[in-house]
Design a protein around this ligand. Structure first.
Ligand SMILES: [Mn+2]
Length: 463
């Protein structure tokens, strides 16, 4: 964990952004896998990690905005636990590590909160996403779990987002480390991208590399020669010559900071001309976003700029036609890129998505689009120095979507369906890097950029 003073500073900032009442940040618990004592790998809640730092189950933090008091709730282990788990630091010692001097047993939390409610005090809590925390809040607050999201504190949500959106130097260093693990994962994927290899074998290698650094992948590995399926977690295929393997994967490091990269690699390392043409368009999109990302510019406008580069490229290949601006305004390009340019990244790979994308990625000035494609953009608002965002344009040929649009006669002025038909067996390409917004632009995160030009990729596959 970081120095205690950093957590103290974050909590002080949080309290200063809330008018009054109690702020309750619940940590996560163990979750049963197939029977109660066999649990999933523990993942702490990211908000708890950010303000309280402790990567252990069954803790909660309480901040009294009015008195300034900070209390850590958690249970000391007993001799039965020690026999199975070994000696553990006391809650008091754990509290000291993150700068909290007042600690209490977890079982006192419910009573503490109930008393505060009776005293008429406001309880600020974040929207829960784990069932045990929902159940706890339902019991303590007397609110049915289906209502908890509506009663979560918007004031707290905004305060947390305002802090976590700006990454400090310690966080940037952790993300850099996570990116370096991601680099190793993707280099391994490229080296193994040969005909006859099973997708699952390669996906397993990537998970192993990530685990060897003490944590795990930042989300389930996407690795498939059917890259046209955006979040393809099916790894049952055997790589075939002539196809491309799309790998979207990242690591979470031992401090729970994430990386998220995508590369698309031709099987055996050689692009055919058609693949190279589309690849270079997506690469130009990725580079464009990096070129124009800077504070004060909305990511929505960068997304739309990138869509224009995509449209221009597809027009040159005869897949699209007409005026580029009109085509993008109409949303015709979304046949090829039905997703957004990127998202925030930090302690979560989709940072703070539990707090609702509408607050993380948008604000009063920048509202989400409703048009197919752009509506999937998770991050649209104005960039600020210290933001970390992904830059992940793509181009896909989804046979079912092509059929549907063609049948409906959508965007006939901008789409050459006869040509598009011939790409139905193409698959998909996505290229993703992680960007830190700096004072006057942005820079890539990670010590080395993953191979990205067709030439670099061919070398990475074949050594
Ligand atoms: Mn991503």
């Amino acid at each position: 964990m970081f120095e205690a003073s950093l957590y103290q500073k974050r909590r002080t900032q949080l309290k200063s952004r809330i008018k009054n009442g109690l702020v309750l940040i619940l940590g996560n618990n163990e979750v049963a896998y197939n029977y109660p004592n066999n649990t999933y790998k523990f993942r702490q809640d990211s908000n708890f990690l950010y303000f309280f730092g402790l990567n252990l189950p069954e803790f909660a933090g309480l901040l009294d905005v009015d008195s300034g008091e900070e209390i850590l709730f958690g249970n000391d282990v007993d001799i039965d636990d020690i026999i199975w788990m070994g000696a553990q630091p006391s809650v008091k010692e754990l509290g000291e590590k993150v700068g909290i001097h007042s600690t209490r047993p977890f079982k006192e939390l419910a009573e503490y909160v109930k008393k505060a409610i009776i005293a008429g005090r406001k309880i600020h809590f974040l929207p829960p996403y784990r069932y045990r925390n929902m159940q706890f809040l339902e019991d303590v607050l007397g609110l049915h779990h289906s209502m908890l999201k509506d009663y979560a504190s918007l004031e707290l949500v905004h305060a947390v987002i305002s802090l976590r959106s700006i990454k400090d130097s310690y966080e940037i260093e952790e993300i850099r480390r996570a990116c370096n693990i991601g680099y190793e994962m993707h280099i391994a994927a490229m080296r193994n991208c040969h005909a006859g290899r099973k997708e699952q074998e390669i996906a397993g290698i990537l998970e192993g590399i990530s685990a060897s650094y003490g944590s795990m992948v930042s989300f389930p590995v996407i690795l498939s020669q059917n890259g046209q399926t955006l979040h393809n977690h099916d790894h049952s295929q055997t790589l075939q010559k002539g196809r491309m393997m799309l790998t979207d994967a990242g690591a979470e490091n031992d401090m729970n900071y994430c990386s998220d990269f995508t590369r698309t690699t031709p099987v055996d390392g050689v692009f055919d001309q058609r693949q190279k043409d589309i690849y270079n368009i997506v690469l130009a999109c990725n580079e464009k976003a990096r070129e124009i990302s800077k504070p004060g510019v909305t990511y929505l406008s960068i997304h739309l700029n990138v869509c224009k580069i995509l449209t221009e490229g597809l027009k040159a290949l005869g897949l699209m036609k007409g005026n580029t601006d009109d085509a993008v305004a109409a949303g015709a390009h979304a046949l090829f890129m039905p997703h957004g340019l990127g998202h925030m990244m930090g302690l979560d790979v989709h940072d703070m998505e539990d707090l609702d994308q509408i607050y993380v990625g948008y604000d009063e000035k920048t509202r989400p689009a409703t048009q197919f494609g752009t509506a999937s953009l998770r991050m649209g608002r104005e960039l600020q120095e210290g933001f970390v965002v992904t830059d992940e344009p793509g181009c896909y040929f989804i046979p079912e979507l092509i059929d549907r649009w063609k049948q409906q006669g959508l965007h006939k002025d901008f789409l050459n369906y006869d040509v598009i038909e011939t790409y139905k067996n193409f698959g998909g390409i996505r290229i993703e890097d992680d960007l830190l917004i700096t004072s006057d632009g942005c820079r890539l995160l990670g010590d080395k950029r993953l191979p990205v030009t067709p030439e670099e990729i061919e070398i990475a596959v074949n050594g």
